[in-house]
Every structure is written in structure tokens, then in C-alpha cells.
Design a binder for this molecule. Sequence first.
Ligand code: NAD
Length: 516
Amino acid sequence: MTGTVLDRSLAAELVRDLSVAGAATTSVLAPFTGEVLHELPQGTTQDVEDAVAAARVAQLAWQQAGYRHRRRVLLRAHDLLLERREELLDALQSETGKTRGQAFEEVFSGASVTRYYALTARRVLSASRRRAGIPLVIATRLTYKAKGLVGVITPWNYPLSLSLMDVIPALAAGNAVVQKADNQGALSILASRRAFIDAGVPAALWAVVAGDGNEIGNAIVDAADYVCFTGSTATGTKVAERAASHLTGVSLELGGKNPLLVLDDVDPAKAAANAVYSCFSSMGQLCVSIERIYVARSIAPAFTEAFVARVKSLSQGPAYDYTTDVGSLTTAAQLERVEAHVTDAVKKGATVLAGGRARPDLGPLFYEPTVLADVTPAMACVAGETFGPVVAIHLFDDEEEAIAAANDSEYGLNASVFTGSRRHGRAVAERITAGSVNINEGYRASFGSVDAPMGGMKQSGLGRRNGPEGILRFVEGRTIAEATGILTLPRTGKEWLALTPVMLLLLRLLKGIRRA
Ligand code: NAD
């Protein structure tokens, strides 16, 4: 193995930052080797209740401190994230088994979202004038109030960036956060959280608890004023149901079965090189990763040949530096799921063009990037999310057929169009039912656009993160409308009789001058 694994004493120190009082722990394994990485304290409902109580107190002062203070703190945290990047990359790789480059993608995204909300929160959330129903007689303003306590529940696959995409806008808007980290991602979250605490975020304002999904998750949903959940559609649905019973708002970032359309006007070799990263980054354990490729029949032989050659040439292995292209799966359950999808496909007649086997010689959870052809709807990998390094190539004869196939899914998270004409790509993108569509990129163009909303349609989610939409989740809009006293609104039949003609005139005038 090249490079160095995360320092064990640092791991032990970081887990002490959890808001967990008891002595129960669980062993977290390092995907690269299967060795115990560290013992992670497991929280209880009581830990969540204690964290919530402390966070609510801390939130009052944080909200009072105002936007300027929060901006200073967040910008300082941004710099600390960059300064401490090597430590963060070690933590991310140790827990997830991804490559150093793909771990850097997380640090880049986390820093970007921190900078973005530090610099934009005040502008988006400052009080503004709104048009009154009756000009001059009424003056109307909109102000925003932080919701209070935001519950954030995160998965293991992108522990740093997916956390910060919810936690930072929540904090920037003046809220406190109690987060449930997945056991396999807690260390990366705690390492990044340290940068924020050292920059001036009060420790109680952002608490992190690890433990059983049901117990800790339910306790957070029950206590929070708003809930952000990232994970599977099945769990997200349960979270939404529980939150609904309290009339608590939620945003849900769920699964995907993301299609890539390769149109007949591309350079097949270039398109193939670009497509590979889109399918196998973080071993496909990425919600916006491509799992279905639809390629125009006329260029399919050239594209497929170049794609398969490129996949076979990827260097794979455990390395805490930039010497590999792809890493390991993260958990034994993931390996089982990937193997089940490939075995099922092969049994039902799929052709394996590349990969298709585990690589225990590299480490316990390594699996080769896999390309399938000749797949049919009877195979589990065709409609269901593999969430692993498996992509199926389908052929199409005309674009209508390709668009219909891309949309034929219960999911609608991300999609991609590769074309020689960006203009044509935009026209196709408009017809795809997905929260983001990338042109000549797999997912990074939209994932990195922090000013634009990200989220899913259909079973892929509810609500949006990133952009102004991503911070408006965490505030309540409050309309403050005043009677100016210029004219008194009618209260009696007589007053109505007198003022009705004036009001009719006003309505016609407002429409006439096109005033909204
Ligand atoms: P998961 O749903 O099993 O777990 C996600 C989180 O929810 C974990 O922290 C887990 O402990 C917690 N949890 C489990 N049961 C809970 C409950 N009853 N109440 C509240 N929380 C509970 O998902 P996973 O296997 O960790 O992640 C993989 C899935 O997440 C994939 O489907 C993937 O597509 C999706 N995902 C989506 C996005 C996105 O932004 N759309 C990003 C990453 C992952």
C-alpha cells in the first residue's frame, strides 16, 4: 500500500468529539484492509435529547450574532478545511476506500459550499419589500426567521461533502444542527467539523451523534424543526412519514438510476474516456453516478471498444496517494449487493465486457469496474440501483427512443447527454425527467455548481440543496404588512358602497399598467 493511513491517535481523539455519553462502541473497519480502524461510541435517544437541549441554547446566541459574524467564522473555516486537507483526505479514504482524487472531490465540494453560503446568506435572507395588495395604503415586507434546530441524517458514501451541503446553509441561516452520522462516515464528519469549531462555531451548535439508524434517526426527526435526509429511498420514505406526523418539513436526497445518452455526433473515443469517470468514481457508490449508458447504434462499436479498453486500463488498489484510478467498495454489504446484481445478470444472459469479479488479492472489498451488455428488464441491475461499479450498455436507433428509455425509471436524480452540439444537448436535457442534467460531463458539472439547486424528481427525493433554494429550506418566511394610514380600508356596508367603484378602478388600472 502506498501513502499513510489516518493517524490512529487522531482517530481516537476525534471520536471524543461525538455527543455520546455511554461506553458502548462498535468496530469500524477500514475498507482497504478489513482491519479495525477505530472503536466508535454508539449514542442513545438520551444523547440526542441532551445534544438538542444544548444546541437550542447555543442557537439563540448564534442567531443573535448576525450574518457578518457568521460569514467571518465560515470563511475562516473554509481556510482551515484547505489547510487540513491531507488529514481530511486520510480520514475519507480510511472510512470509504475511495481514491485520494475522489476524496479530494469531497474536500473541494465542502469548501465550495462553505464559501458560497458564507458569501450569499445575508443577501438571500435579508428583509425585502414586497408589493402590497393596495399600493400606498399597505406597505409589505418579507423577513426570514431561522427554523431553530435542523436535524441532518447522512450516509457513508460522501460523508464530508453531503454533510456540509446541508449543515453549512443551516448554520449560515442562524440555525443549530444535530447530525446523525453513519458509523462508516463519522470520522470524516468529525474531522471537518473541527475546522468549523476552531474557526468559531460553538461546539454545542453542531452536535454529531452516531448509532443505530432507527433509534438515533427517530430521535432526531422527533426533536428537529426541519430534517435533511440523505440516503436510500426506503429509509427516506420512513423519515418523511415520521416527520409528517409532527408537521415537520423535510428535504430528501435519495437514490438514482442515472442514464447517460451518447448521441451519434460525438467523437466515440473522447466520449468513452469521459464516460468512464462518470460511472466508476467512488466505485459507483455515488447517488449521481451513471449506471445506464444508451449509445447510438451507429457509433456503438467504436464507443464500446474505447469504453471497455479504458475501463480495463484503470489502475485499482489501496493507496493513500494519487497513484490509483479506482479504489475499493466501502462495506461488505456493498460487495454482496454488487456481486448479487452481476451474478443475476450473467445467469439471465448478460455479457460481461469488462470486470465482473471481486479482487480479494487487492483487499477484502475490491471489485473490478464492470461493464455489461445484452441486459434485459428481467435483470435486477437494469431498473434497480446497484450503487456500485456496474454499468450496462444499451443501444438505440433514434433519439426519441433514447429519451423515453432514460425517463423510463422510478428515479429522476441525475442524467447526462454527450453530444457534439451543446445546443442540441440543451434541447435533449429539457426533455429528461431528472433534477440535474449534465452535458458532456457525467455529474461533476452540476454537482460542482453550488449556486444551482440539486435534488431529485420522482422517487429520488424532495426539495433541493445548493443555491438560494438550499438555504431557504432552513428559514420561515414571515410577512409583515402595515396599514400606512393614507386611507382606511372599508369596514361597514356604507364604506364598501363608497369604495367599491374606487377599488374596481384600481384593479383595472393595475392590470392596465401591468403591475403584478
Ligand atoms: P440508508 O438509507 O440505509 O442510510 C442513510 C442514513 O440513514 C444512515 O445514517 C442510516 O444510519 C440512517 N437511518 C437508517 N434507518 C433510519 C431511520 N429509520 N430513520 C432515520 N435514519 C435512518 O442509505 P445508505 O445505504 O447509507 O446510502 C445509500 C443510499 O443513499 C443509496 O440509495 C444512494 O443513492 C443514496 N444517496 C443519495 C444521495 C443524494 O444526494 N441523492 C447521496 C448519497 C447517497
